[in-house]
Design a binder for this molecule. Structure first.
Ligand code: UT7
Length: 323
C-alpha cells in the first residue's frame, strides 16, 4: 500500500501586538479607507523583539504536535519556510528542534517567500512517501516587520508577522481511505525576480535588506498563475471545482482571494480569510489560515482542502489535501 502524508495536527502563533490601519496612518501617508478598499486588511500583528521566527515557529509547532497528540519523539523532520530567519545558520528549523527537545532526525529551512509553506509541504510529503521520515513538522514563520521599509506606504501597510505549523504523519492505509496530501505542484520563474524582492541579506553588507515590490505586476501574475496552479491540481487528481470543500489561499489581498473563489465557483463562506486581521504573513499565511479554520470547526475530517500561494521569486504552487 502506498504511503500517504496525513495532516495530523495544526498550530499557530501570532504576536501579542495588533496594529490597526489608523495607527499606521499616523506615521505614513495612508488611510484606513485606502488599505481596506485595496487589500481588505484591517490590522496586522507586529512582533516584539523576542518574537523571532524561531520563537514563533516553536510555539506554532508545539500547538501542532499537541493537536496531533504527538510528542517530540515522533518528529523525524522539521522543514521550516522563512525569508526572515533568526540567523544565517544554524537553520531556524534547528533552533526549533532544540527548543522542542527533538533529539533525532534532521531539519532545514526553505526560502521560497510567500509560497514557502507550499514548497515545504511538498518536500515533506515527498520525504514521507519515500520513507525518509515518518513524522514531519512543516512550519511557516515570518517577521516581515523587520524587512519593511516603513517609509514605503506601497508595501509597509501590507505585511504582518506570525507562524503556522502542521504535523504530518506517514500512513500506509491512507491510500485506501483517500486521506492525506493528494498532490502538490510547485513552480518558479526566476526571470521575474525583480518585481518582488528584498534588496539585501547577510551576504550583502552594503544593503540593509528591505522588501521592494511592484504591486501591480505581482497582482497581475498572481491572478493568472494561481488559477493555473489550481486547474493543474484538480486535473492531476481527476477532480473538478465542485469537489472542493475549502479554499485556503495565500492571504495577500482580498481582491486576489475573491477572484480565485469566483473562478472556482466557491461561495465566499467556503473560502478561509484571515488577511483582514493578519495581513500578509508570507510563508505563515496558509498554515495560519488552515489552523484557524480547523480549530473553529469549519474544516472537518474528510473535507477536500485546496491551498495555493504565490510570492517573490516568483514562486508559486498548490496543495490538495483530504483532511
Ligand atoms: O505575497 C506576495 C504576493 N503579493 C501580492 O500578491 C500583492 C499584489 N499586489 C497588490 O495587492 C496590490 O497591487 C497593492 C495592494 C499592492 C496595490 O494596490 P493597487 O490597486 O494595485 O494600487 P496601485 O499600486 O496601483 O496604487 C494606486 C494608488 C497610487 O497613487 P496614484 O499613482 O494613482 O496617484 C499609489 O501611490 O494608490 C497609492 N497608494 C497608496 N495610497 C494610500 C499606494 N499605497 C498606498 C497606501 N495608502 N498605503
Amino acid at each position: 500500500m502506498a504511503i500517504r502524508s496525513i495532516l495530523a495536527g495544526v498550530g499557530a502563533y501570532l504576536p501579542d501586538r495588533a496594529v490597526s490601519n489608523d495607527e499606521l496612518a499616523r506615521t505614513v501617508e495612508t488611510s484606513d479607507e485606502w488599505i481596506r478598499e485595496r487589500t481588505g486588511i484591517r490590522q496586522r500583528y507586529i512582533a516584539a523583539p523576542h518574537e523571532t521566527a524561531a520563537f514563533m515557529a516553536t510555539a506554532a509547532a508545539r500547538a501542532a504536535l499537541a493537536d496531533a497528540g504527538a510528542g517530540p519523539a515522533e518528529v523525524d523532520a522539521i522543514i521550516l519556510a522563512t525569508s526572515t530567519p533568526d540567523q544565517a545558520f544554524p537553520a531556524t528549523a534547528l533552533r526549533v528542534q532544540a527548543a522542542l527537545g527533538v533529539t533525532k532526525g534532521f531539519g532545514f529551512d526553505i526560502a521560497a517567500a510567500c509560497a514557502g509553506f507550499i514548497y515545504a509541504l511538498s518536500v515533506a510529503d515527498s520525504m514521507l512517501r519515500t520513507g525518509q521520515a515518518r513524522g514531519a513538522l512543516v512550519i511557516g514563520s515570518e517577521v516581515y516587520s523587520r524587512i519593511m521599509n516603513w517609509q514605503d506606504r506601497g508595501t509597509c501597510v501590507l505585511f504582518g508577522d506570525g507562524a503556522g505549523a502542521v504535523f504530518l504523519r506517514a500512513d500506509e492505509d491512507a491510500g485506501r481511505t483517500d486521506r492525506g496530501i493528494l498532490s502538490t505542484h510547485l513552480h518558479a520563474q526566476g526571470t521575474l525576480g525583480d518585481i518582488l524582492y528584498v534588496d539585501g541579506a547577510v551576504g550583502r553588507h552594503d544593503k540593509p535588506g528591505h522588501l521592494v515590490m511592484n504591486g501591480r505586476e505581482v497582482f497581475r501574475h498572481a491572478v493568472v498563475r494561481l488559477a493555473e496552479a489550481v486547474a493543474e491540481a484538480l486535473a492531476a487528481n481527476g477532480l473538478t471545482q465542485r469537489d472542493i470543500d475549502w479554499l485556503v489561499p495565500h492571504q495577500a489581498n482580498l481582491r486576489i482571494i475573491d477572484a480565485m473563489g469566483r473562478k472556482l465557483g466557491l461561495p465566499p463562506e467556503r473560502v478561509v480569510i484571515t488577511v483582514d486581521r493578519h495581513a500578509n504573513t508570507s510563508a505563515a499565511s496558509v498554515p495560519l489560515a488552515l489552523a484557524e479554520a480547523r480549530k473553529d470547526g469549519r474544516i472537518r475530517n474528510g473535507d477536500l482542502v485546496l491551498m495555493e500561494a504565490l510570492g517573490g521569486g516568483l514562486t508559486w504552487g498548490s496543495a490538495l489535501v483530504r483532511m
